[in-house]
Design a protein around this ligand. Structure first.
Ligand SMILES: Cc1cc2nc3c(=O)[nH]c(=O)nc-3n(C[C@H](O)[C@H](O)[C@H](O)COP(=O)(O)OP(=O)(O)OC[C@H]3O[C@@H](n4cnc5c(N)ncnc54)[C@H](O)[C@@H]3O)c2cc1C
Length: 486
């Protein structure tokens, strides 16, 4: 039995083989059917990962890594029966914070909240410093998905903060990338020969198991200024967002729609009552004068498009950066949240926004009939337009969501029954909207086994990627199905 063999490597207390446990870890938030893993195992070191992969692959089992489990696009769900699922969260050590050479080495299971706390404690943070799910989302899962939020407007996505990776390949061999590959080296810089780190970033786990990562660090800002603007329309909000982004001055800039402004008004940000579209930004500086001067530039842009309002929303988000999981994961009445996103260049932002609004208008009867709520959130990652429409409806929340909510809601929301009909409608609309985005050339984070990838890329690119996968994983035993590769 593979479970017994793996228990011999990690200890029986780190193996889950009962039906309920295996089902829990195998499912994500996407409401799609999955193959349940044969066993779930939590390694404690790179050596244990290498040994697990070796014995599992030798016995013909596929191996799939799972971080915080915060994905909703079939990323870590086994693509085949008989998988060994690695729960990476036991690998949770920040190994080194190097404030001379400005990098941090973290094990793959470290959460972004932990990384932020440990690095900021010594005066630095990573340039991209985590998703809103960072209380649970891990460094390894986030590098594998690629991700945007904190720090993204100034510094880009997770990928842009990576210096090097330690990866266990199919069969159990371990490699390190960038300057980390040097026999006498340390992971201080990304490029030493071709960028093999890039091969494993945003692969949704298809090419290997990340065990450690080296990320850049930058000094913690000494001053931060929040800015907020109410603007008259979705179009104007997107123009403002992208105008702010191209200054390179805002660390984060993002947009709320009428639904989100209403939710925040109910949460106590009363000045948002009646505000339809808003843009929020945070500008950081090495001192007050630098931050204020940069904020003045952003303010002048904002005032060309709208009216300045109370900046307490972006500052509240900053004050508790990883505390928003519940309010993102579920709607205000415990509705299920199901986002999709597209990443577009500025030149296509309006077309993408118009296409989405038109799609919702065409489906208005269906949306009303099923009482599906919609939101249209936006973010700038560098100068890229990140567009995240979301569907909300009342449906069974499931164990994973319920364990992340406050006790005061848990009993009531646990009783919400399944609504399979509305679920089918919302999931179909989500797919149709993804197809519209893809027709406009959208690219995606967390591709996994849900976004169309193989059909969207040029055939020669797909062939080259397949050849790389076959070279690294000849028997297709690492996260089969991820990126659409079996
Ligand atoms: C409430 C909520 C808020 C969110 N906010 C954001 C946000 O602000 N920005 C954003 O971009 N996304 C966001 N997300 C999406 C998601 O949380 C992120 O993509 C996150 O980075 C996933 O990290 P994870 O550790 O949970 O990865 P998982 O979901 O566990 O795994 C993701 C992928 O990585 C692979 N993987 C995991 N660990 C490893 C490893 N060690 N080696 C190789 N492969 C591995 C898995 O196989 C899978 O393919 C949010 C999701 C939720 C539910």
């Amino acid at each position: 039995m593979i479970a017994d063999t793996l228990a011999g490597i990690v200890g029986a207390e780190h193996v889950v083989s009962d039906d309920a446990g295996r089902a829990f870890y195998s499912n994500d938030l996407s409401f799609t059917p999955v193959d349940i893993a044969a066993v779930v195992v939590a390694p404690g070191s790179t050596e244990e990962v290498a040994e697990i992969v070796r014995v599992a692959n030798e016995a013909g089992h596929s191996v799939v890594a799972r971080g915080g489990g915060m994905s909703y696009t079939r990323t870590f769900v086994p693509g085949r029966p008989n998988a060994v699922l690695l729960d990476m969260r036991r690998m949770n050590k920040v190994v080194e914070v190097n404030t001379d050479d400005m990098y941090v080495i973290a094990e793959a299971g470290v959460t972004w909240e932990q990384l932020y706390l440990e690095t900021s404690g010594v005066g630095v943070r990573t340039p991209y410093w985590g998703p809103l799910s960072g209380r649970y989302a891990t460094v390894g899962g986030t590098i594998s998905n690629n991700s945007v939020f904190f720090g993204s407007t100034k510094y880009g996505s997770t990928a842009d903060s990576v210096l090097g990776l330690e990866v266990v390949l199919a069969g159990g061999k371990t490699i390190r990338t960038g300057s980390w590959a040097h026999r006498n080296g340390t992971p201080f810089t990304r490029y030493y020969g071709p960028d093999l780190s890039g091969l494993f970033i945003a692969d949704t786990g298809a090419l290997g198991i990340k065990t450690r990562a080296s990320l850049k660090v930058v000094p913690m800002p000494a001053a931060s200024v929040g800015l907020a603007f109410s603007v008259p329309s979705f179009d104007v909000s997107n123009e403002l967002l992208l105008d702010i982004a191209r200054t390179g001055l805002a660390t984060e800039a993002y947009g709320f729609d009428p639904l989100y402004n209403g939710v925040f008004a109910d949460l106590g940000f009363a000045f948002l009552r009646g505000v339809e579209w808003s843009i929020f930004a945070v500008v950081d500086g090495a001192d007050d004068a630098t931050a204020e001067a940069a904020a003045d530039v952003v303010r002048a842009i904002g005032l060309r498009h709208g009216v300045e309002i109370d900046p307490s929303v972006p500052m509240a988000v900053r004050a508790d950066p990883f505390g928003a999981v519940r309010s993102v994961l579920m709607g205000p009445q415990g509705e299920v949240w199901m986002p999709i996103h597209g990443i577009f260049p500025r030149s296509k932002a309006k077309t993408a926004a118009d296409a989405c609004v038109a799609y919702f208008a065409q489906n208005d009867d269906l949306i009303k009939k099923h009482n599906i709520k919609l939101s249209l959130l936006t973010l700038a990652s560098g100068t890229d337009f990140i567009f995240e429409p979301s569907f909300y409806w009342t449906d069974e929340l499931g164990e994973f969501r319920l364990e992340k909510i406050e006790k005061e809601y848990a009993d009531e929301w646990a009783k919400i029954p399944a609504d399979l009909e509305t679920r089918e409608v919302a999931l179909r609309m989500r797919k149709e909207l993804a197809a519209i985005f893809d027709s406009l050339g959208a690219v995606h984070l967390q591709i996994g086994k849900w976004y169309e990838f193989q059909s969207q890329v040029e055939p020669a690119y797909a062939d080259a990627l397949l050849a790389l996968k076959r070279a690294l994983d000849p028997n297709g035993l690492i996260n089969p199905g991820s990126l659409g590769i079996e």
